[in-house]
Structures are given as structure tokens and as C-alpha cells.
Design a protein around this ligand. Sequence first.
Ligand code: SF4
Length: 141
Amino acid sequence: MSGSPQGDLRKIYEQAAAEISGRPELICELSGRCCRFREAGHELYLTALEFEEMVAHGGFPAGQEDRCPWYQGGLCANREGRALACRSYFCSDETSSAAVTERWHKAIRELHEEWDLPYVYQSLGIHWNQREESASKEVET
Ligand code: SF4
């Protein structure tokens, strides 16, 4: 454990990156396919802790219905804060990607237990809507 859950999350990201750097079959071609959700037919799933890390680094840009809100100008505008699934997904080998994601996601789940945090794992769209709702409630009060 480090000084905070966010610190531990960043350590897990670093450990995942170290594993990925030693796996030459995992290549990101910067196609952006994984960020254009509707086109790819998938969604980004992440924990609330990861979502808060994304917002902390990338702010809260205006939403885009069919893609990740941080996908801008054909590139990720939130490289620093992006979630595990962004770091561990590779078009070049989706099976190996899934195994890497599962392994390090398990570490994130254990982090929640160590810090006694509620484990909320859901799509980016749901995190986003909940965040917008709570922001509008704050404005009303
Ligand atoms: S955070 Fe970046 S890498 Fe992840 S889906 Fe969004 S644009 Fe793509």
C-alpha cells in the first residue's frame, strides 16, 4: 500500500505497463478504434476509482455520444489518466489483451478491499451520467 488508493492505482498502471513493454505482440497502432465505441461495438468498463483518476487528469470535456469524450483530434487527450482497459487493449492481439486486463483488474479489485472502498465497476457512460447528475444537483442547491 502507498499513501492513497490513487497512488496504489498508479502503481498498478506502472506494473501493467512494465509487463506490456516486455510483450512485443502487444502493439498499439494508434488507430483509435478502441476509443470510438459505437464503431467498435464495445464500451469502456472501469471502476469509480479509475474514473475519478481520469477526470483528475483530463477534466470533464463535453460528452460525445459515440466515442470517448477524451478522444479528440484522433488522439487520446487523457494519456496520463486513462483507465486500465485503455492501457491494456491492443488490436494486434485481443486474446492476450484480455488476459492482461483481467490480471491487472484483479489487482485493482484487491486494492478496493485493502482500502475498504466500494467496488463500483460499470461503463464509462454510466459513470459519466452519474457525474453529470451530481454536478447539476450541486448547482441546484
Ligand atoms: S481515455 Fe483515451 S485511450 Fe481511453 S478510450 Fe478515451 S481516448 Fe481512448
